[in-house]
Design a protein around this ligand. Sequence first.
Ligand SMILES: Cc1cc2nc3c(=O)[nH]c(=O)nc-3n(C[C@H](O)[C@H](O)[C@H](O)COP(=O)(O)O)c2cc1C
Length: 193
Amino acid sequence: MKKIEFDLNGPDAIKLSWLLSNGQVFMLTCSNAERSVNGIITACWVTPTSHNPLLLTASIGNGKEGTEAYRFCHSLINETKEFGLNIPTPELTEALFKIGTTHSNEVDKFAESGLTAIPGKKIGAQLIWECFMNIECRVFDQFVTGDHTVFVAKPIAAYMNSDVMTDGKFSDKYHDKKNQVQMCDLITMWDMW
Ligand SMILES: Cc1cc2nc3c(=O)[nH]c(=O)nc-3n(C[C@H](O)[C@H](O)[C@H](O)COP(=O)(O)O)c2cc1C
């Protein structure tokens, strides 16, 4: 066994960022203030960051249109200061790809991916029925880190499918990570390396 060194000044740098993500892949939903545009973005840079108050961060590209880090959802979250976090199962992998490679101002991602929109109780953005967890979040703070903006958000409502836990234990279906979508699976499945 030997150690392979990353060339952090070349194309390997982005590979390191994929490996540094905590693994779980999310579908983040958001809308404009009029609720006429419903955005969805595939996001893996989401992490809990505080117990009290309960806070999490989502890092979303803030590039201008036409650049690598352009995310239409950035403008939606920036406008409403809220978003939904939805945790998909592997059946939604194809949808994750479509959502992660198109822009919400050009495509109706709910229609395109055949996802069922359910209204948030406390936020204007829609949530995704097919995801086994849905968390409504309000942005608490935000700061720019290079070509991404870190949105610090407070979960204000959260729901989980009733088959995830049985008698306080994870059910067979959910007891390991196989029923979640992990970044390492996508790197292999999509030949990203
Ligand atoms: C597996 C995967 C993970 C991604 N994670 C993030 C992320 O954490 N933050 C981000 O800004 N973009 C991430 N992206 C890229 C966006 O999903 C992608 O640019 C998307 O097309 C933006 O959609 P929008 O223009 O509707 O916002 C990821 C894409 C994939 C495929």
